[in-house]
Design a protein around this ligand. Structure first.
Ligand SMILES: NC(=O)c1ccc[n+]([C@@H]2O[C@H](COP(=O)([O-])OP(=O)(O)OC[C@H]3O[C@@H](n4cnc5c(N)ncnc54)[C@H](OP(=O)(O)O)[C@@H]3O)[C@@H](O)[C@H]2O)c1
Length: 284
């Protein structure tokens, strides 16, 4: 049985929707924190069980009968400990393969905190004794939108100095992740970076947004100190601000600038561009 975690989240739900077009729904199970939120999947014939990474006993039940487990990474709290519990539960359930949603920018020394969690989890996978695949997803285009905040309304993108990033639509990545999960012959280990064919910085995004909106959107790069003061005034928590600055430092180091054709090959079509992603978002 294929078990997918996080199936009530954005990526996990789209992975399962694609997966049940590739394998029978009766062979798919989801491990979710709140089964009530997965009623649509149950109606589609998917086995729904409660599983919380913070409660290993719940995972024993949720992963029962697993041959393949796809772990959707978490962000908050003790992400590394949660991933360790999920890997151990998959191994104990007898899974023959464990897949994990990692990131193209994974690095143990990255200034961007989530990349260090991913690196620690890849390390756990490499020692777990089960075949594993780390799905090195591109940077979600949705994260660029999140970083933009109110900028499309105000017309000024005010963010730290940045480098080029390969922004990749979450829906495309979920589709590709499901294709890899369904393919039991897919090469083990880290995948190539699953990316689009273009890299952009926020000046490029400002130009695209100006075109789409028909009014100027400009890029402003205040000093880090000035930005920190402004964010503090908006009561943005320091921990979040530190993570954001770490992300921009990693972009300047080129950690998210790889371009690779694997995603295009898996999808059998060009991935969604940032222009078309923004156009769809603006249409609402
Ligand atoms: N590639 C990128 O650029 C990028 C960008 C942002 C995030 N990410 C990573 O990709 C992951 C998926 O992204 P997303 O947009 O789908 O996020 P999301 O919608 O927040 O989904 C995260 C999922 O993890 C589940 N989860 C959280 N804590 C858990 C726990 N203790 N035990 C079991 N499940 C737990 C959540 O369960 P509930 O549904 O119950 O809340 C949710 O389904 C994120 O969590 C993050 O690690 C990647």
């Amino acid at each position: 049985m294929y078990i997918v975690t996080g199936a009530t989240g954005h990526t996990g739900s789209q992975i399962v929707k694609k997966l049940i077009t590739l394998v029978p729904a009766s062979k798919v199970g989801v491990s979710v924190r709140d089964p009530q939120k997965a009623r649509d999947l149950e109606a589609a014939g998917v086995r729904v069980r409660r599983g919380d990474f913070a409660e290993p006993d719940s995972l024993r039940h949720a992963f029962e009968g697993a041959t393949q487990v796809l772990i959707v990474s978490t962000n908050g709290g003790d992400a590394e400990g949660q991933h360790r519990n999920a890997i151990e539960a998959a191994r104990a359930a007898g899974a023959q393969r464990i897949l994990y949603t990692s990131h193209m920018g994974v690095r143990a020394t990255s200034p961007y905190l989530p990349m260090r969690f991913h690196a620690a989890t890849e390390e756990l996978l490499s020692g777990c004794g089960v075949r594993w695949i780390s799905l090195r997803n591109g940077f979600y285009s949705e994260s660029a939108l999140f970083a933009l905040g109110e900028a499309l309304t105000t017309g000024v993108i005010e963010l730290p100095a940045d480098g080029k990033v390969n922004w990749t639509a979450r829906a495309d990545l979920a589709e590709a992740n499901a294709i890899i999960l369904a393919d039991e012959q897919y090469p083990v280990g880290p995948t190539a970076p699953l990316t689009s064919p273009e890299v952009l910085d926020f000046s490029d995004i400002a130009k695209i947004a100006s075109d789409l909106l028909g009014r100027p959107v400009t890029r402003s790069v205040p000093s880090d100190a000035e930005l920190r003061t402004k964010m503090g005034a908006r009561r943005i928590p320091d921990a979040y601000v530190d993570i954001l600055f770490g992300m921009f430092e990693a972009t300047r180091d080129g950690n998210f600038a790889a371009i690779d054709p694997t995603l295009t090959q898996l999808l059998g079509r060009p991935p969604t561009t940032m222009r078309s992603f923004l156009a769809q978002t603006l249409k609402g």
